[in-house]
Design a protein around this ligand. Structure first.
Ligand SMILES: Cc1ncc(COP(=O)(O)O)c(C=O)c1O
Length: 447
C-alpha cells in the first residue's frame, strides 16, 4: 500500500503530525458547535432522503470527509437541539459530556479489567456505590454501568434467575419460573425473558390504572394464581417512570409484595431515577431499600451523552454469583468489571458521568430536574387551557400525555401538522389501545 498515509490516521511518536491532528480536531469542534449545537432554529430533520455509504478503495482526504459529514450526514440527523423537540426520552447532552465522550474515545481504556482501566475501575466502583447510597440501597450495594437500560434490565433478570435457581447457570434449564411487571413496563422485559431462557410466555403483564401505575391487588392475585398453577414466581419489578406516561409504581408496596412471595425485587428507574435529586419527587422513591436491583439511565434525564446507564444491586455478591465470569488472561485478584457484566470490552463511560456530576454538583442536578418539571408544567397548563386538546392522564414527572379533543382531528394528524409547522415534535405512542401524543420535556430551554 505505497499510497497509504499512516500519519493521516495515527499520531506519529516522532510528533511530526501533531499539529495536523490538532488542526483536524479543532475543525471537528467547530463542526460540533456550529453544525450540531447551534441548530436550535433549524428543522427537526432537514433531509429525509436515503443515504448511501459508498465505501471507496482509496481512502478519502480527512478534510473532505469532514465536509461530507457536514453536508451529507448532519442534515439527515434528528435535531434534538431544537427546543421544540419533545418526542422521546432523548436529551441534549450537557456540553461537558460531549467533550468527555471524545476523551473516552481518545484514552480508549477498556472496562474489561482493572489492568486495562485502573482509574476508571475505581471510578465506576465508587460511582456505583454513590448511586446505590443515593437510592438508599444499603451498605453492601454495588453495580455496573451498562450500554443502556435494556441491558440493565436483562442483567437484572439474569441475576434473579441465577439467585432463584443457581443450577440454571450451569445446566441452562430454568424450571417453571414466572416474572411480573406492569403492562406499562418497557419491552426490554420480554427481551430479557427470551435471553435468559425462561421465555416471554412466563412474563405476566399486570394491569395498570389510567395513569400507568401497577394495580397492587392485581399483582398479588396474579402471583397467587401462578402459585396455584404449580409455578414459581421469581421476579417482580416496579417501574419508576414508565415509558409512555412516566408513571411511578408504589415502590414500597410492590417491594413488600415481592418479598412476601420470595421474589427478586427490581426497580426500573431507567427514566425516573433522576427524580431522586429533588425533594419534590424523593417521596416516590420510598422503598428502594427493598430492591435487589435497580436500573437507572443518566443518558436519559440526567443529560449525559449516550451511552450511560447502570444496574445497581443491593449486594455486590449477587453480581459476582450471577455472572460468575472468569478472565484467566487477566490478574484475577483484581476488581475486573468484565466478570460482573454481560459485556466484555466496554467503554469507560464512568468518565462522562463523573465529569457531569462534578460539573453540575448535586444541587445542579436538582436544579435541572426541577427546571424540567417546571417547563413541563407550562406545557400542561397550555393543554389544560386549550379548547382543542386534553390531558390523557395526570402527569407524575416531566412527561405530558395529551390528545386531540376535536373529533374531526386525529392525534396522528395533529402531530404531523405540528411537525410540518415546526411547532412541536411529539411522539405518537400506543396507550391503552389508542394512539396518543406524548411530550417528554427534557430540553433545558424547552418551549
Ligand atoms: C422505563 C424504561 N426502561 C428501560 C428502557 C430501555 O432503555 P434503553 O433504551 O437505554 O435500552 C426504557 C427506554 O425508553 C424505558 O423507558
Amino acid at each position: 500500500m505505497p499510497d497509504f498515509d499512516l500519519d493521516s490516521h495515527f499520531f506519529n511518536p516522532d510528533r511530526s503530525n501533531l499539529e495536523a491532528i490538532r488542526k483536524l480536531g479543532y475543525a471537528f469542534v467547530d463542526a460540533i458547535v456550529d453544525s450540531v449545537l447551534d441548530t436550535q432554529n433549524q428543522p427537526f430533520v432537514k433531509d429525509n432522503s436515503t443515504f448511501n455509504i459508498n465505501i471507496p478503495k482509496q481512502g478519502n482526504d480527512l478534510w473532505e470527509l469532514l465536509e461530507e459529514v457536514r453536508s451529507q450526514i448532519l442534515p439527515r440527523t434528528v435535531n434534538f437541539q431544537n427546543p421544540r423537540y419533545m418526542g422521546h426520552m432523548d436529551s441534549v447532552p450537557a456540553a461537558i459530556t460531549i467533550w468527555a465522550d471524545a476523551l473516552v474515545s481518545a484514552i480508549n481504556n477498556n472496562m474489561l479489567s482493572y489492568e486495562l482501566a485502573p482509574v476508571f475501575t475505581q471510578m465506576e466502583a465508587q460511582l456505583m456505590q454513590w448511586f446505590g447510597n443515593l437510592f438508599g440501597m444499603g451498605t453492601d450495594c454495588f453495580g455496573t454501568l451498562t450500554a443502556g437500560g435494556s441491558l440493565a434490565n436483562i442483567s437484572a433478570l439474569l441475576l434473579a434467575r441465577n439467585w432463584k435457581q443457581p443450577q440454571s447457570k450451569t445446566f441452562g434449564n430454568s424450571n417453571k419460573l414466572v416474572a411480573f411487571v406492569s403492562d406499562a413496563a418497557h419491552t426490554s422485559f420480554e427481551k430479557a425473558m427470551n435471553v435468559i431462557g425462561v421465555g416471554k410466555e412466563n412474563l405476566v403483564r399486570v394491569p395498570t390504572n389510567q395513569r400507568g401505575e401497577i394495580i397492587l391487588d392485581e399483582l398479588e392475585s396474579a402471583i397467587q394464581k401462578t402459585i396455584r398453577e404449580g409455578k414459581q414466581p421469581f421476579f417482580v419489578a416496579a417501574i419508576a417512570g414508565t415509558t409512555v406516561t412516566g408513571a411511578v409504581d408504589r415502590i414500597q408496596s410492590v417491594g413488600e409484595i415481592a418479598k412476601r412471595y420470595e421474589c427478586w425485587f427490581h426497580i426500573d428507574a431507567a427514566y425516573g431515577g433522576a427524580g431522586i435529586f429533588t425533594p419534590k419527587l424523593q417521596p416516590l422513591f420510598q422503598g428502594c431499600e427493598l430492591a435487589d436491583s435497580l436500573t437507572f439511565n443518566p443518558q436519559k434525564w440526567l443529560w449525559v451523552a449516550r451511552t450511560c446507564a447502570m444496574l445497581l444491586v443491593k449486594d455486590k455478591q449477587h453480581l459476582v454469583d450471577g455472572f460468575d465470569g472468569e478472565l484467566p488472561y487477566m490478574d484475577d485478584q483484581a476488581l475486573n468489571f468484565g466478570n460482573l457484566n454481560l459485556q466484555g470490552t466496554r467503554r469507560t463511560d464512568s468518565l462522562k458521568l463523573w465529569m457531569a456530576l462534578k460539573a453540575m454538583g448535586t444541587s445542579g442536578c436538582r436544579y435541572l430536574v426541577e427546571r424540567s418539571l417546571d417547563l413541563s408544567n407550562n406545557l400542561q397548563q397550555w393543554v389544560e387551557t386549550s379548547t382543542e386538546l386534553e390531558l390523557v392522564c395526570e402527569p407524575t414527572l416531566n412527561i405530558i400525555c395529551l390528545k386531540s379533543s376535536n373529533p374531526k382531528i386525529s392525534n396522528a394528524t395533529l402531530r404531523q401538522q405540528w411537525i410540518d409547522e415546526g411547532k412541536l415534535w411529539l411522539s405518537l405512542p400506543l396507550w391503552k389501545g389508542d394512539r396518543i401524543l406524548k411530550a417528554v420535556v427534557l430540553h433545558p430551554y424547552a418551549g
